[in-house]
Design a protein. Structure first.
Length: 169
């Protein structure tokens, strides 16, 4: 459908990206991982870092929800999140955990300046405390209902959209 203006794989890879990296820490569901890949593709995110036991391509369940985005978005697997953060710091990224925590910054007032990485945690336990201690702080999605936790793929969509919305490429 040419009217949608979709990029080819090669055009996507050559496109300038938002200086944002999504870091997935011990995400159990490969379907969630695939959804984050798809979101990263849609918003021209720099990369997805997959840490710990998070599934990584090639993987049937990732492929099912990513719909090919696992082939366009740059990704890297790390044995643990600490290794990913070390690399991100070397590359000049500020690193934030997406987590409900004391002194967390509300997403609707958070402003990213420069290269930014956001860590999304396990579906049940969230971002590990040891990881939070290595970050520049926590970003929290404001929520007012009875439930105060979003599915990781949904949370990634909300956070990544808010981060790219104010940036120009």
């Amino acid at each position: 459908m040419p009217e949608l203006g979709r990029k080819s794989v090669e055009e996507f890879k050559q496109s300038e990206k938002h200086a944002i990296i999504a870091v997935l820490e011990n995400v159990r569901s490969a379907y969630n991982v695939g959804s984050v890949f798809r979101t990263a593709d849609a918003f021209l995110i720099e990369a997805v870092y997959l840490c710990g036991y998070t599934a990584f391509p090639p993987h049937k369940e990732i492929r099912k929800t990513a719909l090919g985005a696992e082939q366009t978005v740059r990704w890297k697997h790390f044995k643990n999140t600490s290794e990913a953060i070390t690399e991100l710091r070397t590359e000049g990224y500020a690193v934030y955990a997406v987590e409900q925590a004391e002194k967390s910054l509300q997403l609707n007032v958070f402003t990213a300046s420069g290269k930014t990485a956001v860590v999304f945690g396990n579906e049940v336990t969230g971002v590990e405390q040891s990881t939070i201690l290595q970050t520049d702080g926590c970003i929290e999605i404001p929520q007012w209902g009875m439930k105060h936790a979003l599915n990781i793929a949904t949370a990634a969509g909300v956070v990544l959209w808010e981060l790219v919305r104010g940036q120009k490429i």
